[in-house]
Design a protein around this ligand. Structure first.
Ligand SMILES: Cc1cc2nc3c(=O)[nH]c(=O)nc-3n(C[C@H](O)[C@H](O)[C@H](O)COP(=O)(O)OP(=O)(O)OC[C@H]3O[C@@H](n4cnc5c(N)ncnc54)[C@H](O)[C@@H]3O)c2cc1C
Length: 382
């Protein structure tokens, strides 16, 4: 029997598996998802106070739709022999979907790096939460004032003092000028101190040293500086982009038998942009790549990746949220209104479980989060 193998159990892998099952219908096709984790982790929610709520049992999604889950980690992809090696075992495939996601970029040669915390993985977020649990007045240094660092800093400000440091001249540098005033106002409101053009040069027991030589109190130092695609991408292409992602065509194909999705894929968004390493893109990328992997074997027409309008929604803790639209990140909602949109998105990214019809219907609906977003013609917030 022909076999589709999917590497990864995040947004792209899970939705890829569901979409492959959708394309399969009643045909004979074996679908195997390989991932070491028992749960699908909703990474965008890992800044929340209880990270364990940001997970869904993979078996409750995969079993009802007839997808096997092999709990293992892939070390090798042999595209000539159409084989992957997972925990030492060779597994053959007819079509492969690489959806192994991304990882936080770790600092090189930072003294005390082993003391760093992060919210990149469920284990990382649990470690941070457990470390600070029960403390009411901690001091935390957050390194990196990008999307993830801002969500970490504003969430942590609920119970302690937060110092946010970034090498850039401005906060949210990569988010552009659109939401900056609103972000700066939120940081002010929460009493978060920012040190720009600065980084951390040493982490010790209860302290951090900054690049200007200052030693500051730090019960925890949270590292949130950039993401890079899985190293497995190197085994698919030698033309990776600056984030380590594999270039793909409009069907998300990288090689004749290999499709790539999620944070591992450098898919075109439009003539001027590639997709973001974001769940809003990883989900539809997974749905298209998984569908196409199965459809290709079953001689069905392939689907094109045609992305929905780009939006961002940033949770700023007690200061509310910011919802933006377009690549210039035009602010459409702030404060309580922005927070309410974020809450709805955070609920919507949780996949249906236990019900094959619902899971397959969601896999068929490539942009199912969209009804929650304000329309393009809505007025920007004052
Ligand atoms: C704190 C935080 C906040 C975020 N906020 C947002 C947000 O607000 N909006 C947004 O759109 N995006 C957000 N993101 C980004 C979003 O989480 C990612 O873009 C998304 O998770 C990517 O999905 P993915 O399936 O490609 O990869 P991942 O979610 O990284 O999943 C990868 C999967 O592959 C598995 N895997 C990895 N290596 C192997 C291997 N060798 N063998 C087998 N399996 C492997 C992993 O175990 C995992 O199951 C946030 C991320 C973080 C960390």
């Amino acid at each position: 029997m022909a076999r589709v193998v999917i590497i990864g159990g995040g947004f792209a892998g899970v939705w890829g598996a569901a979409a492959a099952a959708l394309a399969r219908g009643d045909a004979d096709l074996r679908i195997t998802l390989i991932a070491p984790n028992e749960h699908m982790v909703l990474r965008p929610r890992l800044y929340e106070p209880e990270p364990d709520l940001a997970k869904v049992e993979l078996s409750r999604i995969l079993k009802p739709i007839g997808v096997e889950h092999l709990r293992a980690s892939v070390s090798t992809i042999d595209t000539n022999r159409r084989v992957v090696v997972a925990d030492g075992e060779e597994i053959g495939y007819d079509r492969l979907v690489l959806a192994a996601g991304s990882k936080l970029v770790q600092p090189q040669g930072l003294p005390g790096a082993e003391r760093l915390f992060d919210i990149d993985t469920l284990d990382g977020a649990r470690r941070l939460t457990d470390h600070l649990r029960g403390r009411e007045d901690y001091s935390v240094v957050v390194v990196g004032a990008g999307f993830v660092g801002l969500e970490a800093a504003t969430a942590l400000a609920a119970r302690g003092r937060v110092l946010l440091v970034d090498r850039s001249e401005v906060v949210g540098d990569q988010l552009g000028p659109g939401p900056r005033t609103a972000i700066e106002a939120a940081l002010d409101q929460l009493g978060i101190e920012c040190r720009l053009r600065t980084t951390v040069t040493e982490v010790g027991d209860g302290y951090a040293v900054l690049s200007d030589g200052t030693k500051v109190d730090a019960d925890a130092v949270v590292w949130s500086v950039g993401m890079r695609a899985s190293e497995l991408t190197r085994q698919i292409s030698d033309k990776l982009d600056h984030l380590g992602r594999v270039p793909v065509d409009e069907n998300l194909r990288a090689l004749p038998e290999v499709f790539v999705a999620g944070d591992a894929a450098a898919a075109a968004y439009d003539a001027g942009h590639t997709v973001m390493q974001a769940c809003q893109h990883a989900t539809p990328l997974g749905k298209v790549a998984g569908y196409n992997a199965a459809a290709d074997l079953l001689n069905l027409p392939l689907r094109k990746f045609t992305p929905a309008p780009y939006v961002t929604c940033l949770d700023l803790g007690a200061a509310g949220g910011i919802f933006t639209r377009g690549w210039e990140r035009r602010v459409l909602a702030t404060g309580a209104e922005g927070a309410a949109i974020k809450k709805r998105i955070n609920q919507a990214i949780r996949p249906p479980v236990d019900d094959a019809a619902k899971i397959l219907a969601a896999a068929d609906k490539v942009y199912n989060v969209l009804p929650f977003f304000p329309r393009d013609d809505e007025k920007p917030a004052a």
